[in-house]
Ligand binder design. Structure first.
Ligand SMILES: Nc1nc2c(c(=O)[nH]1)N[C@H]1C(S)=C(S)[C@@H](COP(=O)(O)OP(=O)(O)OC[C@H]3O[C@@H](n4cnc5c(=O)[nH]c(N)nc54)[C@H](O)[C@@H]3O)O[C@H]1N2
Ligand SMILES: Nc1nc2c(c(=O)[nH]1)N[C@H]1C(S)=C(S)[C@@H](COP(=O)(O)OP(=O)(O)OC[C@H]3O[C@@H](n4cnc5c(=O)[nH]c(N)nc54)[C@H](O)[C@@H]3O)O[C@H]1N2
Ligand SMILES: [Mo]
Length: 817
């Protein structure tokens, strides 16, 4: 039993273990200052909501308020551990700045009102638009942070009730590429691997994934393997010296935007050296010849020139991956948020297919999620796809969904692909979308090219509805603001990146008149009078468990089959991995264990796309590949990023995260320990570049691109030369004055996306740097414990102090098992 400052030591105490052993437990808990376990009235089961890891926890309640959290030792995902955002982030629930009443715009200002007034306004505007312009005047933009039950309700209302094709989630910015890459390779979404693969792998490769900061607990699992006997080798592909890079056996730091060339180089070596499983390829895969021919054009010397990585290092990485016996790969935003996102992510799948490394312990692919419930956005169809991975271009799938919803198949829009958010923005700009309902996302900070976003969202002719828990930068622009209840204040389920479903129970009442998102949506549907084809209410449930039971029927027989799960089964024990059915009542650890894929043309979620142009394939093209039950290899050539550095803008700008904050900081910015650890935006630059520019630690710099500029203090870090990094967490809600000089990284990013997944490019832009002011004390607000660690010691180490102390209970203390 020990107390650890988890701001200073985010990964906590090591519990080493060896290959094939069970990861030991370590129970982390943090309570409000001065409280002990004895003070807690009750513990309520839940899971974390500030990343996709799915760490199971119990919420501590005292006097009707949340007062802390404790990890759940019984859970397969975290075995008791929690990350700093979860340990301290719950404090935001109790913030006095929570929205407690609906707001409507009157005379240019947002004023408080009652629910009837606000909802009647939304309903009457919806009705008008449906009559005047039809369903395509209405767009929904939601999130990866609601619960499964919310999404399924939203998908039904938007697709089956309003009948608009303009539905997307912020998952477009997040995991659209994960979904796209899985659809290309395996003909359906669905995470093949399991976190338990970490226990068995002898090589773990992380592609554009700073897991140490973004899935902190899963990284602790890798650190525990690294600290134990027979540790795995780690390969890291990231232009920054992240904690992952520091722990790596081989670190490749490519020029941003060159991932496809790098992957082709690795595949060139793997195939050239015969590190392939020909039997697996013959039995389970189509398309290998095309890949062999394509990657023949990418010997390490050529790739070294494109990526600016030594050829020998590429060979070394290929050797480690090629000779692995149990390879686990993870992929995230360094690959997904770039111009060839799907093409690059698919090459990681290809490595596993050519090596026959899927479906066995230690052999897994994690095309990661980012947000806590992004998986459910995709499953339930709130990202625009049809629920339960149904194929919108397969009429039989549409008819089947219509049967479940009891609507006419023709009323479910499927004449074209769902409108992704970047296209919706265009329609908003042109004025064909007139009502835009934003739920649980903050686009005025998180979308690219903010000047444009602000101008689109503040148009007079647009009716903007924002459903949030705080008055965000986006809510400030709304015509109606609906106050939501959130995690801890409502019940529901959600699914993490390795398909583990958790139940999160209501622990406390929401503040004021705030209401659960699902209740708001159902209220809207009833007020609008949405009906099924027999005139009964379209939405037939009124509580979360009712929604879950309805969803189970929708998922029956599909890859994400939930029919074997009940709320009761999720209570008390561990989360459960789908598919979970009568035949697999304990869930399914790994997909594709039998080498059979979901690619039967009648069953598959997608007929695929050209991964370079995004053009969808027809059913006949797909059938011609003969993929029935087999996985599909798709090769891709490298294409340079669209915006390259120039004389005027010589740097490549990348953006991303720090361990201590979540996105636009509406929650973590209100948790004192987290906010203090990373209080203000900074910019990272290499020692070489700083020397050439004559700037030093803490100097105030202006970073500018063709879109705008941002002022940030300098941290000289071990990022590669020629590259700048900005965290994207810092908007304007806690510093409105900063708009003038720019503080949000997305002032700088560009309106452009991957043609296949439509995921925007947040990880390459050409930028210039100018010195604004020298720092007297040489202080930068960047954390020292993370990817932003200083290149040379000096800056004061990031510490949390007494209020950041966390109780860690180790197996040796007894009781934690
Ligand atoms: N602490 C924290 N954790 C989070 C979140 C958070 O906001 N804060 N958000 C959650 C969400 S929604 C998401 S999506 C995930 C994101 O998790 P990650 O993808 O791990 O996070 P990022 O910082 O966006 O990007 C990862 C890395 O990509 C690298 N990179 C940039 N350009 C390139 C490139 O061209 N090639 C390669 N190979 N790498 C590149 C960056 O240097 C960065 O270290 O995190 C989740 N977890
Ligand atoms: N430059 C740059 N931009 C990026 C990225 C990047 O790496 N670089 N990453 C992208 C990625 S991967 C992501 S996921 C997005 C994230 O971008 P956003 O989704 O815009 O970020 P959040 O701050 O998580 O916004 C969630 C909002 O929902 C509110 N909220 C929280 N809980 C609830 C609830 O229960 N109900 C309701 N109704 N509201 C709630 C919060 O207060 C907050 O305003 O950013 C993207 N933008
Ligand atoms: Mo994300």
């Amino acid at each position: 039993m020990g107390r650890v400052d988890r701001i200073a030591e985010p990964w906590g105490t090591r519990t080493p273990y060896g290959p094939g052993e069970t990861w030991p437990t370590r129970v982390d808990s943090h309570l409000a200052d001065g409280l002990t376990d004895e003070d807690v009235d009750r513990w309520v089961q839940s899971a974390s909501i500030l990343h996709s890891n799915g760490d199971a926890l119990d919420i501590a309640v005292k006097d009707g308020r949340i007062v802390g959290v404790r990890g759940r030792a019984v859970d397969r995902v975290n075995r008791g551990r929690l990350d700093p955002k979860d340990l301290y982030g719950w404090q935001a629930n109790n913030s006095r700045e929570r929205l407690t009443r609906p707001l409507v715009r009157r005379g240019g200002k947002l004023v408080e009102t009652d629910w009837d007034t606000a909802m009647d306004l939304v309903v009457s505007r919806t009705r008008e638009l449906l009559e005047e312009q039809g369903p395509s005047a209405i767009g929904f933009y939601n999130t990866g942070q609601l619960f499964l039950e919310d999404y399924y309700t939203l998908g039904l209302i938007a697709h089956g009730g309003i009948r608009t094709i303009h539905v997307d989630g912020n998952t477009r910015l997040c995991t659209a590429t994960a979904a796209a890459a899985l659809k290309e390779s395996f003909a359906s979404d669905g995470q093949p691997g399991s976190y338990a693969d970490i226990d068995h792998a002898d090589v773990i490769a992380l592609f554009g994934h700073n897991m140490a900061e973004t899935q902190v607990v899963t990284w602790s699992r890798i650190l525990d393997r690294l600290a134990g006997p027979n540790p795995p080798e780690v390969v890291c592909v990231d232009p920054r010296m992240t904690p992952v890079a520091r722990a790596a056996t081989v670190h490749l730091a490519p020029k941003p935007g060159t991932n496809v060339a790098l992957m082709n180089g690795l595949l060139h070596e793997i195939i050239g050296n015969g590190w392939i499983d020909q039997d697996y390829l013959d039995a389970h895969v189509v398309g290998f010849e095309e890949l062999r021919e394509r990657v023949a054009e990418y010997p390490p010397e050529i790739v070294a020139g494109i990526c600016d990585v030594p050829a020998e290092r590429i060979r070394e990485a290929a050797r480690v991956i090629g000779q692995a016996e149990r390879l686990l790969s993870t992929v995230l935003q360094g690959f997904y948020q770039s111009h060839q996102a799907t093409a690059a992510a698919v090459q990681v799948n290809n490595v596993h297919l050519v090596r026959g490394m899927l479906g066995r312990p230690g052999c897994g692919i994690l095309q990661m999620n980012g947000q806590p419930t992004a998986e459910n956005t995709r499953e339930a169809g709130a990202d625009g796809d049809l629920p339960a991975f149904r194929n919108w271009s397969n009429d039989a799938h549409v008819a089947d969904l219509a049967r479940i919803w009891n609507v006419d198949p023709m009323s479910i829009p499927h004449y074209a692909p769902p409108t992704h958010i970047m296209q919706q923005l265009r329609y908003l700009e042109e004025g064909s979308i007139r009502m835009f309902w934003v739920i649980c996302t903050n686009p005025a900070v998180s979308l690219p090219e903010l000047r444009r976003i602000r101008s689109i969202l503040s148009q007079e002719r647009l009716f903007l509805v924002v459903q949030d828990i705080f008055l965000t930068e986006t809510a400030e622009l709304a015509d109606v603001v609906l106050p939501a209840a959130t995690w801890g204040e409502k019940t529901g389920t959600f699914t993490n990146a390795d398909r583990t479903v958790h139940l999160s129970e209501k622990a406390v009442d929401p503040p004021g008149e705030a209401r659960p998102d699902m209740d708001i949506l159902i209220d809207f549907a009833h007020r609008l009078g949405l009906e099924d084809k027999d005139g009964a209410p379209l939405v037939k449930w009124s509580d979360p468990e009712g929604a879950f039971e309805a969803w189970k029927e929708c998922s029956r027989g599909r890859p994400c089959d939930y029919t074997g799960i009940t709320y009761d089964k999720l209570r008390g024990g561990s989360g459960i991995q789908w598919p979970c059915t009568e035949d697999s009542p304990d869930g399914t650890e790994r997909l594709y264990a039998d080498g059979r894929f979901y690619s039967d043309p009648e069953y598959c979620e997608s007929y695929g796309r050209d991964i370079l142009t995004g053009a969808p394939f027809e059913e006949s093209d797909y059938k011609a590949m003969n993929p029935d039950g087999k996985a599909i290899i798709r090769a891709a050539e490298f294409v340079p990023p669209h915006e390259m550095p120039s004389r005027d803008r010589p740097f490549i700008l990348i953006t991303g995260r720090t361990l201590y904050h979540f996105h636009t900081r509406t929650k973590t910015g209100r948790a004192p320990q987290l906010q203090a650890a990373a209080p203000e935006v900074w910019v990272e630059m290499s020692p070489g570049d700083a020397g050439r520019l004559g700037v030093g630690e803490g100097d105030l710099l202006e970073v500018s691109t063709a879109r705008g500029s941002v002022r940030a203090r300098l941290r000289i870090s071990e990022i590669r030369d020629g590259v700048l990094f900005l965290p994207f967490h810092y908007g304007y809600w806690d510093d409105p004055g900063a708009v003038e000089n720019g503080r949000a990284a997305n002032e700088l990013t560009l309106t452009d996306w991957d043609p296949a997944s439509k995921q925007p490019i947040f990880k390459t832009a050409a930028a210039a740097v100018r010195k604004v002011r020298l720092s007297r004390r040489g202080r930068s607000p960047a954390p020292t414990t993370t990817g932003s660690a200083p290149a040379t010691p000096g800056p004061a180490p990031t510490r949390g102090g007494r209020t950041a102390e966390v109780q860690e209970t180790l197996p040796a203390d007894g009781g934690a098992r």
